[in-house]
Design a protein around this ligand. Structure first.
Ligand SMILES: [Zn+2]
Length: 113
């Protein structure tokens, strides 16, 4: 379960960034290729942040779909079902991943002082 270690890393960053201010929500972009289960991630966040200054803050996970660029037919396609890295236009395997590998902390929401 790598969600737990991810949350520990997120915690360190958020804790440092917040610098004692009250955080209400943390927005995170997670690419589908990260194989993260959003519900597990938010659950782990409550475990990691419990009894800390970040307790009660909400982790908001925005999943980024996988898009591929095909070198054979030059199309850009979005993967919908299985994580088979094949072009959905021509089934070509000579593709590059355009999005889907993100793990980005996009924003923090702070409580009014
Ligand atoms: Zn193609």
């Amino acid at each position: 379960m790598h969600e737990l270690s991810m949350c520990e890393s997120i915690f360190e960053i958020v804790d440092r960034t917040a610098a004692g201010r009250t955080v209400t929500a943390i927005h995170l972009q997670v690419g589908q290729l990260r194989q993260v289960v959003p519900d597990t991630l938010t659950y782990c966040w409550t475990v990691v942040s419990d009894q800390t200054t970040l307790a009660g803050s909400q982790l908001v996970v925005d999943t980024v779909p996988v898009t591929l660029r095909c070198r054979d037919c030059s199309s850009t396609t979005t993967l919908t079902d299985e994580l088979l890295l094949l072009c959905t236009q021509c089934d070509g395997a000579d593709v590059s991943v355009t999005t889907g590998e993100e793990l980005v902390l996009t924003s923090l929401e702070l409580a009014e002082a």
